[in-house]
Write a protein that binds this ligand. Structure first.
Ligand code: GLU
Length: 311
């Protein structure tokens, strides 16, 4: 197998320390495997996309020494592929139109199970729209009552267990019950925007991604992506989720929580700090050129992976 990895930033603002950690981890893992490393701009969430942030991120990546092995791709130029995938899922009966509003779903939670902020769709439109206009398209997840719900479902063909299990290379064994923890999820939103879950699965498959390396905030999306890969009949990559960077209040670092843009004039300091966040033991004294940093960090990444409980 030839390794293909990617960094997939959403252009909602300039690259910050949190996204640098994900970029570095995905780049190091690709280089440590002698693999190919790609950059994909995830700009399909129209309302969140900031004009110019894509080019700014790409320029910063170059300044930090991350050179992609193929030209970057933009999700906004690929939407006909998401339409084709949705059409295939409609033809196979995996998806259905949903007419529920957010409020209706929120109200239904009082009757079923309440769960922090995540709304679990109760399946109201599974058997028809009940006279309501279609708003979104949802993917069916398996019923929790299926007899083989405890089965290990690593098979590539759609298995019918609601419990999805996978081994994360950093976090160890994971499992999520799609029926009780997620519910049927949206692929095409009521506002006409393609959902992240569909776009990421279609693109990872089409770009031949074999290894996904990203922040642990996306660990919770992985079971959904595995289920979608099974429904589309595409391979499931290997997963590795690195610890997220948080601010002083314990919130994930992002534009919304006040992350500062990286200083493109001083890549080395930020790269060394990002390596520390990943627990990489760099040589002493610290490297003083980007090239020396890269060679040292690739070795340190290999040693770090060997120490993980999941190794
Ligand atoms: N675009 C997503 C983000 O910036 C990352 C998607 C992924 O790596 O799967 O959070």
């Amino acid at each position: 197998m030839s390794y293909r990895g990617r960094f997939a930033p959403s252009p909602t603002g300039p690259l910050h320390f949190g996204s640098l950690v994900s970029a570095l981890a995905s780049w190091l893992d690709a280089r440590a495997h002698g693999g190919t490393w790609l950059v994909r701009v995830e700009d399909i969430d129209g309302p969140r996309t900031v004009p110019g942030a894509d080019l700014d991120i790409l320029a910063t990546l170059e300044r930090f020494g991350f050179h992609a092995d193929e030209p970057p791709v933009w999700q906004s130029a690929r939407i006909e592929r998401y339409r084709t995938a949705l059409d295939a899922l409609i033809a196979a009966g995996h998806v259905y139109p949903c007419g529920c509003t957010r409020k209706e779903i929120a109200d239904s939670q009082l009757l079923t199970h309440q769960r922090n902020t995540t709304l679990i769709y109760p399946g109201t439109c599974r058997d028809g729209l009940h006279g309501k206009p279609a708003r979104a398209w949802r993917l069916r997840v398996p019923d929790d009552t299926h007899p083989d719900k405890h089965a290990d479902t690593h098979a590539s063909a759609p298995a019918h267990s609601a419990v999805i299990r996978f081994d994360d290379r950093w976090q160890g064994p994971q499992s999520q019950n799609l029926a009780t923890e997620v519910g049927d999820f949206v692929l095409l939103r009521a506002d006409g925007q393609w959902a992240y879950q569909l776009a990421v699965v279609v693109d990872d498959a089409e770009q031949g991604i074999t290894h996904v390396v990203r922040g642990a905030d996306l660990l919770d999306s992985t079971a959904r992506q595995i289920w979608l890969q099974r429904c589309l009949g595409v391979p499931t990559p290997a997963w590795l989720h690195v610890p997220v960077v948080t601010n002083a209040d314990g919130e994930k670092l992002s534009k919304q929580t006040g992350a500062q843009a990286l200083d493109p004039e001083h890549p080395l300091d930020a790269l060394i700090a990002a390596s520390r966040h990943l627990g990489l033991a760099l040589r002493d004294p610290a490297p003083v050129t980007l090239e020396a940093f890269q060679a040292d960090a690739i070795d340190a990444w290999q040693r770090r992976l060997a120490q993980l409980p999941a190794a």
